[in-house]
Design a protein. Sequence first.
Length: 624
Amino acid sequence: MNRSVLFQVTALMVSVTLLVALMMLYVLPNRQLAILEASMRDELSSLTAAYSISVRSALQQQDLSALEELNAQVSDDSRNPIVAIISNDDTETGIFAVFPDSEVIADVDEIYGLNYLVAESSFETDIINGRVAVMFKREDLEARLWSLNQPLYLSFAFICLLQIVFAKQLSKRVLLPIIEAASLADKLSDRQYDQRLHKVARRDEIGQLAASLRRLKTMLKVQDRENRRLLLSLEDTVAERTAELTEALAAKDSFTASVSHELRTPLHSIIASLDLMADATLDPKDRQSYLRIAQRGSEALLLLINELLDFQRWEHEKIVLKNEPTELHGFLSDIEKTTEMLFDDSPIHFEALIDETRDVYVMMDQQRIGQILLNLLGNARKFTREGEVILEVRTLNHTEHFTEFLFVVSDTGIGIDADNIEKISEPYFQTGDGLNRKFSGTGLGLSIVRKLLDAVDSKLNISSELGQGSVFEFSLRLQNSALEEEKSVEHSEPELRSQSGSSVSSYKFLYVEDIQTNRMVMSAMMKRLGIKLTLASSAREAFKILQNQDIDIVITDIQMPEHSGLDLMSWITNDPVLAKKLRVFACTANAGSDAVQEFEEAGFESVLTKPLNLQVLEKFLERI
């Protein structure tokens, strides 16, 4: 059981008091009594001897006046002795005289009772024989003892009074403030701040404790108020974030449904066109028409898949640019030709104003800049029902090392509401949702454009008016290229040449691919480009061919069963003869920057990204 400090201190004080009481009220008085009694007995012995002489002398001389003097002497003695003369006859013992004569003693037995301290001395005279007894009353002994012990009793009473005062002061000045402080601390732990401490000016430890508790109370009140404010703010933030998350999930669900629709639409056109082309009785013109539909569907499907993969990849890794010498007008002419396909069978007029870029050679990433332009032009086509779409490229600034160009895509489409201009670049955002959405697409195009422009230190500026159209523009500062390319191009059966000027058809190629249809397609495209191709279905088979045949260039898939393209690269690297003469390229659908870096570090000269078409393959062969 827990006991208070007051109880513990009081118990200690009572114990000490009892010990002091035992010493002062019992031990010391008894010891003083014994000492005093012994002293008085010694004193009685002296008086007895003196009075005995006086009595003997008076009786021997039969001088009664001497006895009267003795009576006066005893009466005047401040010690209040009593002197009795006891006669001892043969037949009877009795009291002969008592001094002072005011004292009355009935018989001898009373002298030796409990009321007196007695000392006696015998005497013999001719008249009488007997003894002189000198006495002190015991009440005189007790009176002397009281006078001696009175200071002790007063001291003990004073000590008891001091203890009572100390206990009260301890309770008032220490224990009660501590109890009050403990109560306040309990209240503070329950976040109750209405209790107050009595404010007393004290500079001792209790005062410091009270001051500390008051400061703690103030601090806790302020902190509690701040916590409530933060809690309310957090609740608002959580509610806001929950709403944003709900909105984002809804947008993502809509995006998933949209992607599913966008993937199935071109896939449907491809499958349906191929089914129709399988009809042997089909008219050649219709067959050619269905073939163009299938090609457009496959290109749209590839563009959509690349868009999704690029966006997902760039969420986690940095965009890596691959700048290469580019004849800008030729590059923009290819963009123009590709875009014109979007406007086939459409009343919308498309025009590319790119004459200022003639004979301009710059360093740039053709794939990424082309992706930006095709996305912007595709959006302009999608949201324009009549009028025109214009691509314009102007020179803003030209120096010895750099040229700055302004790219502008304008349309006469439906325009963009002012509230949505900033939102349209957000991922998954589309102006309509659900089955009643007017325009197709994933909602990632402009988001990808912004990411690409960030990578080339540029920014997309948008101006639009509802019902009038929109203008998208950005500027690029491109490094000038010293490379002079031939402007004349042979249009009839051109012979492919590498960058070294050698005819690509003179090289001996080996293509390694485990999927048979991919080997068939690659073989057909190479044949179309006038190149003979040796095929291998595995890395082990390819390595045997390399050891037995004269091969110049190896194009290998990476992910294959049993042994990968990386294994084949390792075998080639470890063979000094093959490593010296062979050029090895990877051909894979895994074209992330990390994967490309891994392939190049393994020894591949570059990476050819699947899927391929004739144009991509032709450009690749021109670069080797």
